[in-house]
Write a protein that binds this ligand. Structure first.
Ligand code: KIV
Length: 269
């Protein structure tokens, strides 16, 4: 076990991989929740573009804007002292050209105070990855099921089950490592492939539906706490049923207001 760390850095994550210590990562989008995750000693907080789904109610991650991501990221950064904070570059802010990608990454770093950015894709976005890294901004890759490409995939089924796609994924992981990415997220791929990638590259590989042979795990907080209810992929372990608890508490409050039992004498001036 690594000793008590005052701030998780990309180097700490590398050491964790070397020492076979698993990395725990969760999403957060606001100050209050981010402080709770940090207090609980989470290693990495991801300000995911899943905010588009769970915060804004969109069907996909595509609509969220750079300004909205910066708003979420700066709120999270204010709540975090220890964890590494990684922010997704949203759809349309890095695929066009590498100059635009760099400007987007710089805005995130300058305006939110985050520690790193995450981009979806491999070879096809490597110029953007290179240019952001050249500016000294740490980059996390994301391969496998990349939700920003959902309209190309047409479905959220498991990726890279066929050899051709699996070979490309391994090649992309090597390309991202060679470019200087500090870690890679692998989403919804066969467990054996996740293990193979984690054994092939030296940088940490963090899985979401990529099996137990990778170097760490990430989940969307709203899913693992049971706030979202309709989303139930096999890889999701629910640690709570907050939807029920919230509805129960809100019903109790409504009853107390309507019955006149809230506020009571001790709750007024
Ligand atoms: O946006 C997000 O929450 C993510 C995770 C699913 C890895 O990218």
């Amino acid at each position: 076990m690594l000793g008590k760390i005052s701030k998780v850095t990309t180097h700490v994550l590398n050491e964790m991989k070397l020492k076979n210590e698993k990395i725990a990562m969760l999403t957060a989008y606001d100050y209050s929740i981010a402080s709770l995750l940090d207090d609980a000693n989470i290693d990495v907080v991801l300000v995911g573009d899943s905010a588009s789904n769970v915060m804004a109610g969109h069907k996909t991650t595509l609509p969220i804007t750079l300004n909205e991501m910066i708003y979420h990221a700066s709120s999270v950064v204010r709540g975090v002292k220890r964890a590494l904070v990684v922010v997704d570059l949203p759809f349309g802010t890095y695929q066009g050209n590498s100059k635009e990608a760099l400007l987007s990454a710089i805005r995130i770093m300058k305006e939110s105070g985050a520690d790193a950015v995450k981009l979806e894709g491999g070879k096809e976005i490597i110029e953007s990855v290179d240019r952001i890294l050249t500016a000294g901004i740490p980059v996390m890759g994301h391969l496998g099921l990349t939700p920003q490409s959902i309209h190309k995939f047409g479905t959220y089924v498991v990726r890279a089950t066929e050899k051709e796609e699996a070979d490309k994924l391994i090649e992309d992981a090597k390309i991202l490592e060679k470019a200087g990415c500090f870690a890679i997220v692998l989403e919804k791929i066969p467990a054996a492939l996740g293990t193979e990638v984690a054994n092939t590259v030296k940088i940490p590989v963090i899985g979401i539906g990529a099996g137990n042979g990778v170097d760490g795990q990430v989940l969307v907080l709203h899913d693992m706490l049971g706030i979202t209810q309709k989303f139930s992929p096999r890889f999701l372990r629910r640690y709570n049923n907050l939807a029920e608890q919230i509805k129960f508490s809100v019903s109790a409050y409504i009853n107390d207001v309507k019955s006149g039992s809230f506020p009571n004498e001790r709750e007024q001036y």
